[in-house]
Design a protein around this ligand. Structure first.
Ligand code: SF4
Length: 486
């Protein structure tokens, strides 16, 4: 599967997708399909754990795409049983060193009352402190993953069953987490009290499914039931169905607003809203906030497409595919010579010259992170004979790193951390550059009054610098929170 965006090195990247099924024959096959639908959330590696009453727990963890590993009959035969969970992960290489297969989830732990496997999406903001404490008390870590802390905390809990041990463990964990876990008979789903990362529940035949997004339910023919609510734990068995628990102190939800802008698939539903429709509406808001005289609205494919459609509709300026993506340009392409490597984005995108020549072009993209690719795209459009280039960006300036399960460059590398909008326009050498406002983005996701500054309805820390959970480990490492003057 090609990456979700052709410029993977200049985009924020979701780090994980999780999926689980109980109550169906050969559950692992359903999980493989679900993970395939969630591949945009992590392309580096994937894993599945299943349980069968004869064979006990089985697991397979592999580097690479789901379709290249979990379609092999010989592998899938090693994962029998009516319950299974799985995980896809994005590489965090560079920020945490190269991934080893032992870092690939789900993680498994054997407890006195039986085994349990867990798959985690998000980031534990006090993981360093927890890991230090656990190691001092005798825990032996197998991986470099923060998520393994949950297994060790469960091992130390004195509760008598696995769901209660998980509650105990997750009460110690700070940050963002959606978790899918399993015992021999129970499928468990949990969202952190703020509900930063997504998790949805579906019904499939006589069984149940949990998925990061609804597109994972669609692929297995499951009916979407509802979202797991922030702070909710569901314990699901084939016989008794879904039991809902509330292990955490209730808090106001702070779902990741960037899921609407970029991470989730456009065919997913979030908060009863179509992601595609929200993105189209972002384009509408952007056209209202930042109109410009031009001849053509072009998306930067593929993630800028719905916003470009909305922009064109609202502005009345014709929409056109001014940039065409090479669908077969995967990340494994070997660029044989320095000369070809330097061609950079031209390997991935081509300009539709006949459409662009002589036109004043509005380019709609989902975000600007480092700005390196925006500049290259602008050059390609001008080389093709465009008269003017105007950038319109479907998210506010990304000026702060995310510490909740999204890989972001260090703050200094974010263009918006060091430059104003006008400075970025000059840096990119374009005729105009405008980002949607934070209020405009909130309106597009359905908050008619915009952002409530006293109690923001979403997590928007990467735009606002207001972190709903203090990133304790990062502060310890020297990260500076926003000051009152900023
Ligand atoms: S900081 Fe940004 S990317 Fe991270 S959870 Fe919050 S809104 Fe999402």
């Amino acid at each position: 599967m090609p990456p979700a965006h052709p410029f993977d090195d200049d985009k924020l990247k979701e780090e994980c997708g999780i999926f689980g099924v109980v109550g169906v024959t050969d559950a692992a096959n359903f999980v493989a399909l679900g993970l395939h639908a969630l591949q945009h959330r992590g392309q580096e590696a994937g894993g599945i754990v299943s349980h069968d009453s004869d064979q006990g727990f089985n697991s397979a963890r592999r580097f690479g795409y789901v379709r290249d590993n979990f379609t092999s009959q010989s592998l899938m035969q090693t994962l029998p049983g009516p319950i299974a969970i799985g995980h896809v992960r994005y590489s965090t290489a560079g920020s945490k060193g190269p991934t080893q297969i032992r870092d690939v989830q789900p993680f498994f732990g054997e407890f006195s009352m039986g085994g349990a496997a867990i798959a985690h999406n998000g980031n534990i903001t006090n993981a360093d402190a927890l890991r230090r404490e656990l190691i001092e008390r005798g825990s032996i870590f197998q991986s470099s993953s923060d998520s393994e802390c949950i297994i060790h905390l469960m091992a130390r809990s004195l509760q008598r069953n696995i769901p209660e041990r998980m509650e105990d463990a997750l009460r110690r964990v700070e940050g963002a987490f959606s978790v899918v876990a399993m015992t021999r008979t129970k499928l468990i789903g949990v969202r952190d009290p703020l509900g930063v990362r997504p998790l949805v529940l579906g019904k499939v035949a006589d069984g149940w499914a949990l998925s990061s997004e609804t597109c994972g339910l669609d692929i297995i023919g499951a009916e979407y039931v509802r979202e797991i609510e922030p702070g909710e734990m569901v314990v699901i068995t084939a016989e008794k169905g879904v039991e809902s628990l509330r292990p955490f102190r209730p808090q106001k939800s702070r779902f990741c607003i960037f899921e609407h802008v970029y991470f989730s698939r456009p065919d997913s539903i979030i908060g009863n809203r179509s992601v595609y429709e929200t993105r189209r509406q972002i384009g509408v808001e952007l056209a209202r906030e930042a109109p410009v005289e031009a001849d053509l609205v072009c998306p930067v494919p593929d993630s800028g497409t719905p916003a470009a459609i909305g922009f064109a509709h609202e502005s009345g300026i014709p929409y056109g595919m001014g940039i065409v993506r090479n669908q077969y340009m995967g990340r494994t392409f070997i660029e044989p010579t320095e000369q070809i490597r330097n061609m950079g984005v031209r390997l991935k995108l081509n300009v539709n010259r006949a459409l662009i020549r002589g036109k004043r072009v509005i380019l709609v993209d989902d975000s600007v992170v480092r700005g390196t690719t925006s500049r290259k795209i602008k050059e390609m459009i001008l080389d093709a004979g465009a008269a003017e280039v105007h950038f319109r960006i479907a998210s506010p300036p990304t000026a702060w790193p995310c510490f909740y399960g999204v890989d972001t460059p260090q703050r200094e590398k974010l263009l918006a951390a060091t430059m104003s909008e006008d400075e970025m326009r000059d840096h990119l050498q374009v005729d105009s550059l405008r980002f949607i406002s934070l209020d405009g983005l909130y309106r597009a996701v359905g908050e008619a009054e915009g952002r409530n500054p006293r109690q923001p309805q979403y997590c928007d820390a990467c735009f606002s610098g207001e972190y709903p959970v203090e990133p304790a480990d990062q502060i310890q490492k020297g990260f500076k929170l926003k000051t009152a003057a900023e």
